[in-house]
Design a protein around this ligand. Structure first.
Ligand SMILES: NC(=O)C1=CN([C@@H]2O[C@H](COP(=O)(O)OP(=O)(O)OC[C@H]3O[C@@H](n4cnc5c(N)ncnc54)[C@H](O)[C@@H]3O)[C@@H](O)[C@H]2O)C=CC1
Ligand SMILES: CC(C)[C@@H](O)CC[C@@H](C)[C@H]1CC[C@H]2[C@@H]3[C@H](O)CC4=CC(=O)CC[C@]4(C)[C@H]3CC[C@]12C
Length: 363
């Protein structure tokens, strides 16, 4: 692959920023990087002084013409843009419009303008946990699992992923085949993770304590944002040479992060920052948590005309947190030589430092 011009819809988000920085640090053939996002970050300005031509484009993936203009002339597109909402902040229609129609617009832009390689950030949620609460224990890309969803977010990710995979092989302008690939991160953590910041602030408000709501036995797969970004860069690099093997494939994003409950895993970073998790088992019975989650959903609906009430606890987040979902796979290693760039110890240290930075900035 010669000189590379890459496009990154969603490049200003939590994952997107790490993908942008990883591309600039570790892709020597990159000559131009276009960052397309609804909300451009101020940090982009510091990137424009380097050897790579960095272009920040403010735009909306739901607007096909804006996407086409941004994609035209690129060699590869890394599509991380999305509405990551499981808290009821956006309507189901908006989630669908951004995540599904927006992805369709990215695909069509590649076809119409001749971009041959598309990497899509999918999600573990395409698989599960399903509405029946079936555990997915150390599963891989081929593990049979009844992927049944009702929530708008997982539904939108599953639809978008299917569009991307079905587009593999379509002829783009110029007659060459489009080569697509979807990456499925499990719960991403690291510098910039808003939910981790929310948990930290919640703990500060509660006198340095968080109260266990989920049994420690319920394990949730997590992956460090730097390793997810690295996997995206590797796929963007290898997709051309390994098109026959990788085209139309899905890959879970994984690293050496330990399998723990969502709350215990968060405490790996919050405990060194002075918080403690109260209770070796859930302090409230599950039926009461279900009631409180339903009450939050009712309050959100009643208050919507006045204000946005979107707490962490709602029926969906409780169900997901309470269902084991862990992956164990090496498909990415087998197909394109992926090895995590950051060890668990390094990932943990970097995340702790970031939370401590949140601590100092909020004092
Ligand atoms: N955060 C997580 O734990 C996981 C995230 N993912 C996926 O990774 C991707 C990135 O997620 P995060 O970085 O966590 O989310 P984020 O919300 O931090 O970033 C999403 C980015 O997309 C942009 N965006 C949203 N709507 C847009 C639109 N209409 N037009 C253009 N840009 C738009 C946002 O401005 C933001 O910069 C998403 O596709 C998400 O589904 C997958 C698995 C886990
Ligand atoms: C209030 C308690 C029940 C608390 O434990 C709730 C935690 C809850 C906010 C998180 C538990 C599992 C998370 C999701 C999981 O990591 C999978 C995801 C994949 C994505 O593509 C986007 C984010 C998320 C849905 C993630 C969101 C936060 C949780 C539901």
């Amino acid at each position: 692959m010669g000189q590379v011009a890459a496009g990154n819809p969603g490049g200003c988000g939590f994952l997107g920023e790490h993908v942008v920085r990883m591309l600039l640090q570790r892709e020597p053939r990159l000559c131009e990087l276009r960052i397309f996002d609804l909300h451009l970050g101020p940090w982009l300005d510091e990137l424009k002084t380097g050897p790579v031509r960095v272009t920040a484009i403010q735009g909306d993936v739901t607007q096909a013409h804006e996407v086409a203009a941004a994609v035209a002339g690129t060699h590869v597109v890394i599509h991380t843009a999305g509405l990551v909402d499981v808290f009821g902040k956006a309507s189901p229609e908006t989630i669908h419009e951004v995540n599904v129609q927006g992805t369709q617009n990215v695909i069509e832009a590649c076809v119409q303008t001749g971009t041959q390689f598309l990497v899509y950030t999918s999600s573990m949620e395409v698989v599960g946990p399903n509405v029946k609460g079936h555990p997915f224990y150390r599963g891989n890309e081929d593990t049979p699992y009844e992927a049944v969803h009702r929530h708008p977010y997982p539904c939108s990710k599953a639809l978008a992923e299917r569009l991307v995979l079905e587009a593999n092989g379509r002829k783009v302008r110029g007659g060459l085949p489009l080569v697509t690939c979807a990456l499925r991160p499990t719960g991403i953590y690291g510098e910039g993770h808003q939910i981790m910041r929310d948990f930290y602030h919640q703990g500060l408000r509660l006198g340095g304590r968080l109260f266990r709501a989920i049994p420690a036995s319920v394990e949730h797969g997590r992956v460090y944002v730097g390793n997810v970004a690295w996997m995206h860069v590797l796929v963007a690099r290898e997709l051309e040479q390994r098109a026959a093997l990788m085209g139309g494939q899905v890959y879970f994003c994984y690293d050496k992060s330990p399998y723990k409950s969502y709350e215990d895993f968060n405490m790996e970073f919050l405990r060194p920052c002075g918080l403690r998790l109260v209770g070796t088992r859930p302090l409230l019975p599950y039926w009461l948590l279900v009631f409180l989650a339903a009450l939050n959903a009712l309050l959100q609906w009643l208050l919507r005309p006045l204000l946005l009430y979107a707490p962490l606890l709602n029926p969906y987040t409780l169900a997901v947190a309470n269902t084991t979902f862990t992956v164990s796979t090496n498909k990415a290693q087998r197909h394109f030589g992926y090895e995590p760039l950051f060890s668990w110890e390094d990932s943990r240290t970097r995340t702790i430092r970031w939370v401590q930075g949140v601590e100092s900035s909020s004092q």
